[in-house]
Design a protein around this ligand. Structure first.
Ligand SMILES: [Zn+2]
Length: 358
């Protein structure tokens, strides 16, 4: 198990402060009750005994039954840890002399990961659903620097720092470590095929075209919900294809070299839509973190001339050149008598540049 700490968006602070007050209320009640019980009988209440006394209180305080349980468990644990008959009174009143920072615990059954999505160029945003009393839900947005979608969540505690900012401390199972393979591969990112490897494997993620007709029909009918659903379908399918492709690559290799393309140079042309459709950015993002996780080398190299050079003899005599020759898929090198698939040849050259760099 490890704990990830993620910042919660400020818009939730008001709601969380109220819930933190409710948690303190339960804590103080439990604290008093177990102290009185100790005075009367000479025995401590266990967390289990306490549960019977606060059962049903959650409804009035809008706290999930598992949250109540977590409070009694933490109370019993810290009472033992600090060897005290009674613990401190908790308050989040800002005017109080000894103010406690907010704390709201949730257990596994009350936590649901709703979504993780791109927000801006590099950061991710995650939405969590936490259960309160009587089927009510607390939906919170987090700045996600770990990609929670990859983990299985165990518990979640919402905590406040001294500046009043809220964080989610999420305990997760360790991400299962994949082991990288022993091969070496170069990848040429292209427009026709999204990616071609030096081994000749091809990734095609062009889906916009496939769904174009359905999308047009929905748009003409002004069926907004349907349009959104089709866009989501395209995005999810593309994401899934890229995940499968990058997983296979990382499992088979310990060196992955990708041509560094300036996506910006394409955005002003008609190719922009194509580039987005091909998911270059996503391919690189996934390779980067998956290689880090598996201990595989990942390099991006300048891809200048990689399509124009013969990967066998280095001649540039007969190769396709420039944008005018983009349509040329197969060519013949007269210097060494080799027939080349343009993209595979490019990927082989990219791998060679990467090996050179090492
Ligand atoms: Zn040649």
């Amino acid at each position: 198990m490890k704990t990830l700490k993620l910042r919660i968006k400020d818009k939730h602070a008001g709601q969380l402060n109220i819930l933190a007050g409710a948690v303190n209320f339960v804590w103080n009640y439990v604290n008093e009750l177990s102290f009185k019980h100790l005075q009367r009988t000479g025995h401590f209440f266990s967390a289990y005994d306490l549960a019977a006394y606060i059962k049903g209180a959650g409804e009035y305080l809008n706290l999930h039954s598992q949250t109540l349980q977590a409070i009694t468990e933490t109370h019993a644990k810290s009472r033992k840890q600090f060897k005290k008959d009674k613990l401190n009174w908790r308050t989040n009143n800002p005017k109080a002399k000894r103010r406690n920072l907010g704390w709201i615990p949730f257990k596994k059954t009350a936590i649901k990961h709703l979504a993780t999505r791109q927000s801006g160029k590099k950061s991710l945003k995650t939405t969590l659903q936490l259960s309160l009393a009587k089927g009510q839900k607390l939906i919170i947005d987090l700045w996600d620097s770990y990609n929670l979608a990859l983990y299985s969540i165990n518990t979640c505690e919402l905590v406040q720092d001294s500046r009043g900012n809220w964080y989610a401390c999420i305990t997760v199972k360790e991400f299962p470590k994949t082991v990288c393979g022993t091969g070496q591969v170069g990848i040429d990112l292209g427009c026709k095929e999204s990616a071609v490897t030096s081994d000749g494997d091809v990734l095609t993620t062009k889906l916009t075209h496939k769904y174009a007709e359905k999308l047009a029909i929905a748009q003409r009918a002004k069926h907004k919900k349907r349009v959104r659903a089709i866009h989501a379908k395209i995005k999810n399918t593309r994401q899934d294809l890229i995940h499968k492709f990058t997983n296979t690559l990382v499992k088979a290799n310990n060196l992955i070299v990708v041509g560094k393309i300036k996506s910006k140079s394409f955005t002003s042309t008609n190719l922009a839509k194509s580039v987005y459709d091909a998911g270059w950015f996503e391919i690189k993002r996934q390779l980067d973190y998956k290689c880090k996780n598996a201990g595989c080398h990942y390099i991006e190299v300048n891809e200048a001339y990689t399509t124009q050079t013969c990967s066998c003899c280095g001649s540039r005599q007969d190769s396709p050149k420039g944008r005018a020759d983009l349509g040329v898929r197969v060519w013949f090198c007269s210097s060494c008598q080799t027939v080349h698939q343009r993209d595979v040849n490019g990927a082989k050259n990219i791998l060679a540049v990467g090996l050179d760099r090492l």
